[in-house]
Design a protein around this ligand. Structure first.
Ligand code: ZN
Length: 115
């Protein structure tokens, strides 16, 4: 099964909805004091584009097709579309995620600090 088709499985769709019920606000907006249920831009303004009003369930450590990481719910975070795009673009440029654990250490095994 390709990475992309994992997102089309009934299991993912159900798990995604369950995650959004538990974490119904963008985690990164919340860190900045903005309660974004997907209807706001990254600046906290009303999202004028209807297609951009949703919440993404993102993998904190990129799963890169690793099924354990893919299904590990502790590796999931809710993001608004703006934050999701920003995070993904940075990962593509760098080749690793900059997400950190509670101890401040980078989580991604591909991060230079972990190699
Ligand atoms: Zn956000």
């Amino acid at each position: 099964m390709s990475r992309h088709s994992l997102y089309k499985t009934a299991r993912w769709k159900a798990a995604r909805l369950a995650h959004l019920r538990q974490e119904p606000l963008c985690r990164m907006c919340q860190l900045r004091g903005i309660l974004n249920d997907g209807s706001l831009t990254v600046a906290g303004a009303w999202q004028p584009r209807k297609k951009r009003r949703f919440l993404a369930v993102d993998h904190v450590i990129p799963h890169r097709g690793d099924l354990v990481l893919f299904w590990d719910q502790s590796n999931w975070q809710t993001l608004c579309p703006d934050h999701h795009d920003i995070v993904k673009q940075r990962e593509e440029v760098r080749g690793f995620s900059n997400a950190r654990g509670l101890d401040g250490w980078p989580l991604d095994p591909q991060h230079p600090a972990n190699r």
